[in-house]
Design a protein around this ligand. Structure first.
Ligand SMILES: [Mg+2]
Length: 257
């Protein structure tokens, strides 16, 4: 019997082989039948759909630690409870509805814009201009849209901070989704309708694997964008994930040759 540590290591190595394009690791892992460019033919893609948070910048920037703390503080104030209790309300609503906001709207009649303005009022200095990513996205033919569970205002601020403004035709935000977050399938239908997207000619790039499932069911190509500093070897790649990448810029570049 192998120990759990050995099994975790084996899973990690398998995962790295699948990814195939980890910077600096290509030579050592490309010998076992890994396709160097694991991805769609970019010329066949009409619409590139990008998640925003933890996809266009790394999760290790910890912006979400800040957002989570703001959500907890908002809940504590709105429900007049302490922060510990607010933390459990937050987890419960996230588990039930995939967003705290949806639980707050359904059960506490919270005004969504007030919530969104509050929780997104964070320090964006951990992220900064990413000219390499900008060039890679710019080089893609086809249009690009943002698909986020956050607000448009937050998306604009993040895009400005990353110097990725002007690249995206639409920001489909949580308000456009009637506050029904990914992965509710209805929201994907709304995104498709608003932007006239042909799912089979589109690609969704997203850091939360679960949000890729409805997209794959609709016929989209799915790309799981992972932070190499936050890889969980135990987290297996689900069937509905078509491609798994740790270096978004490098992967886009390699697709374009
Ligand atoms: Mg995300």
């Amino acid at each position: 019997m192998r120990t759990p540590e050995k099994q975790a290591l084996a899973a990690g190595l398998q995962s790295m082989r699948r990814i195939g394009i980890l910077p600096g690791m290509h030579e050592t892992i490309s010998t076992e039948g890994v396709t160097p460019v694991d991805g769609p033919d970019p010329d066949r893609v009409e619409t590139w759909i990008f998640d925003l948070d933890n996809t266009l910048y790394p999760a290790s920037s910890d912006l979400f630690v800040q957002v989570n703390a703001r959500i907890r503080a908002f809940i504590a104030a709105a429900l007049a409870i302490d922060e510990t209790e607010a933390g459990s309300v937050q987890s419960r609503y996230f588990d039930s509805y995939r967003s705290s906001l949806r639980g707050l709207i359904l059960h506490h009649d919270v005004e969504p814009r007030r919530f969104l303005d509050y929780v997104h009022d964070i320090d964006l200095s951990p992220i900064g201009p990413d000219p390499a990513l900008r060039a890679a996205i710019e080089a893609l033919s086809g249009r690009k849209v943002i698909f986020t569970n956050g607000s448009t205002n937050h998306a604009r601020q993040v895009l400005r901070q990353l110097d990725l403004e002007g690249l995206f035709e639409d920001i489909f935000d949580i308000e456009a989704a009637d506050y029904l977050p990914k992965p509710y399938p209805e929201t994907y239908h709304q995104l498709i309708a608003r932007n006239g997207i042909a799912p089979e000619r589109s690609v969704l790039l997203e850091d939360m694997a679960i949000n890729l499932e409805p997209a794959a069911e609709l016929g989209m190509t799915t790309v799981w964008v992972r932070d190499p500093e936050r890889l969980d070897a135990a987290q297996a790649r689900p069937d509905y994930v078509h491609h798994e990448v740790c270096d978004l810029t490098g992967w886009l570049r390699s697709l374009l040759g």
